[in-house]
Structure formats: structure tokens, C-alpha cells
Design a protein around this ligand. Structure first.
Ligand SMILES: [Zn+2]
Length: 179
């Protein structure tokens, strides 16, 4: 049921005024949205949603499976009183952080090797400071803790900033890939 069927002369007026076609589209979208609001039409049943979510899938994964958005899943869960799990980001982050630092024994052994071979760092390869009042570390760059090439001399301040940056990258990765 196009405009043309209702009114054959409409075609000409649409051509002269393209805005009316746009208006019709947005009106149609509006009606569609309103009807969805009333029926809460979702591509899954309450049982299917509960089963998927209880199996450990995230809201985003459930949405993906049913070809809808996380917001639709979230709204349906709220409507049906399905309690949302608290995201476990904190714990995961702890684990990732631990992995990043690697095995303590290996880490200590590597620092011993570096110090024996190259001495205790007395300058910073990042900011270039040689201030004797500062503390210096052998800082691991990319997590290859058994690779001597993966270490640089850094002052404590640059080391903290560097580790913070790496932690942020790791956090962003976790946030992106989700749980
Ligand atoms: Zn520095």
C-alpha cells in the first residue's frame, strides 16, 4: 500500500517535494517503535532468554545469538524480572594483572641477571634523568619477562607511568572483549 495506490497524483508532488518521502519514513519508524513499546516484541521467549542467560552467556552474547541489541535483552530481562549478574571485570583484571607480572621467581631471577650483567640502573632511558636521589628499575616492556632485550632502565616515575599505560591497554582489551 504505497502512496501511489492511494493517490496516483502523489508521485508528482513527491518529486517536487522530497521532504514528504522523508516524513513518511520517519512517521513509519515512529509507529513501528510505538507498537514495539506496547507489545515488547522480542525475538526470544522468556524461557529462552532465561536459559541462555543462566548458561553463562553475557547480555551481549544473547543479543548476538538472537540478532538483536544488548539494550533489547537488558529491557526484556528487566521486564521479566531476570536478575542481571554483576560484571566480574574487577576479578578478571586482577588475574590479567597477575599474568602480566608473570611468575615472581622468574621475574626475580631476571632482575638478578640484569643487575649482574648491566649493573643497577642509574639513569632513565625514557626521560634521560641521572639524578642520584631517584630510584631506578629494570622495567619490562612487553611482558616477555625471560627476554633480556625486553628490559629498559627507567626511573621510578617513568616506570609507574609506563606500567599504568600497559594496564590501561589491558583494561581496554578486557572491556572490549568482555567476559
Ligand atoms: Zn624517567
Amino acid at each position: 500500500m504505497s502512496d501511489e495506490a492511494i493517490n496516483p497524483t502523489k508521485e508528482r508532488s513527491t518529486t517536487s517535494s522530497p521532504a514528504s518521502a522523508v516524513d513518511y519514513d520517519s512517521w513509519h519508524r515512529y509507529v513501528h517503535r510505538m507498537s514495539n513499546q506496547h507489545t515488547y516484541s522480542v525475538p526470544f521467549s522468556e524461557e529462552e532468554l532465561r536459559r541462555d542467560y543462566d548458561s553463562g552467556m553475557t547480555q551481549a552474547e544473547v543479543a548476538n545469538k538472537w540478532g538483536t541489541t544488548q539494550k533489547v535483552v537488558w529491557r526484556a530481562m528487566r521486564r521479566w524480572g531476570i536478575p542481571a549478574r554483576v560484571a566480574a571485570k574487577r576479578d578478571q583484571w586482577g588475574e590479567a594483572n597477575h599474568m602480566w607480572k608473570g611468575d615472581d621467581a622468574t621475574y626475580k631471577a631476571m632482575h638478578h641477571r640484569l643487575t649482574t650483567r648491566f649493573g643497577q640502573p642509574q639513569r632513565c632511558d625514557v626521560c634521560g634523568t641521572t639524578d642520584r636521589r631517584r630510584s631506578y628499575d629494570w622495567a619490562n616492556l612487553t611482558g616477555k619477562i625471560e627476554d633480556l632485550e625486553d628490559y629498559r632502565r627507567m626511573c621510578r616515575s617513568c616506570h609507574r607511568k609506563y606500567d599504568g599505560k600497559i594496564n590501561n591497554i589491558e583494561c581496554m582489551r578486557l572491556a572490549r572483549d568482555g567476559d
